[in-house]
Design a binder for this molecule. Sequence first.
Ligand code: ADP
Length: 433
Amino acid sequence: MKQYLKIEISQLLGSLLIFSSVGYLLHQIAASILLAIAAYLAKHGYYLIRLAYLINSGVQINPPYPADVWGLIYKELSRYRSRSRKRKRTLSRFASRFRKVAGSIPDGLILLNKSGCVEWANPAANQLLSISWPRDENTLLTDRVKQERLAEYLLTPDYSKPLEFPSPANKAIIVSLRITPFGGKKAQRLMVIRNITEVYKLNQTRRDFVSDVSHELRTPLTVISGFLGNLNDNEKLPFQERPFILMHQQAERMNSILNDLLTLSRLEMGAAPSAEKPVAIPDVLRRIVDQARLLGDQKGDYNIELQLDEKLWLLGEESELLSAFSNLIFNAVIHTPPKTVIEVSWEREDNSACLTVSDSGPGIALRHIPRLTERFYRVDKARSRQSGGTGLGLAIVKHIIGRHDGELRISSQLEVGSRFACSFPEGLVLRKE
Ligand code: ADP
């Protein structure tokens, strides 16, 4: 910089010296000094106007550059321009590569702005959701896709579960939609739409198969049980006693399994319960605990404590909630030895309502906990069968709680006990005065 200052000063002094010498000879010193300054300013004016022209026209600035401070400005401007041209080329290469990649992805991708309008979409979004970019740019997604559940889903801040529905572009296609918020304050959303028709059909076939098989087995089982009952009433030889008892027990077991399988099928196939009916959970729990005490008395001596918030009700399906809560409370009696302390509590937990069933039983090893809600998963198969368990109880509980938008949390420690907690969202909680 110093070097340019030196050049400027020497140029100004030089022109002053030349002009004033000429002025001295012509006896016009003052005029010649003014002329020198004007010439100096004219040079700057010329370069300034040229700079404005170069910036405005965008023409390339090539060397040679002026030797003074303008040379520095022109050189820097030229360097800045070539850098930004390179950056633009890289960006446009990246954008075209991104567009190619996004175009070849089979999943639909849609960017939504904070008002829920489409900002960008890839071609697959058109096949799966009839959203085409740039045609639908700045259009409200819910104006283009008429799907009541989608409108509700977009309003909820919880996108942990995907939304599944028939594609508006082709009703034979089932799509699953997931949303990931991003950007400042997570106001923008990336929507990923997948074609899950195959998985959906497979699941439906599995559900239908299980339901059909259970129905088909039920009739012969009823006949067998009926004849067993009749034969059991007749006189039997001593060696026939035990086979009869075993046949009866096994028929009962099969019946329980079929009932649980049918319950699970119904839960899987049925629509979510209408959240309109208020359920007096404290009454429901009292009824269950009374039965659990009777069951406990048959096994030994159980200490079942009940702690209830009497005014806390829930909007939901009473028969389903009764089935889920009974499973948890009966499990605490069935899978623990006599003298176990069982605590059942129904209370508020922040804004939600929570049922907790804790016991001081043998506990469950950590490795089993994530699998407990799988069908037929039992920690100890033989013992569970002996106690009349089907291995389907917790799978049913998980389904019912999920249908009520709730969450089932299981924690346990060996030799200390287990804790099963079901929490329900604020929207379903009722305060009965
Ligand atoms: P089951 O018909 O065998 O009770 P569930 O699905 O209800 O089937 O439970 C799965 C397994 O979880 C049970 O077989 C048992 O091993 C374990 N379990 C459930 N509740 C408890 C509990 N309170 N204490 C210890 N183990 C439990």
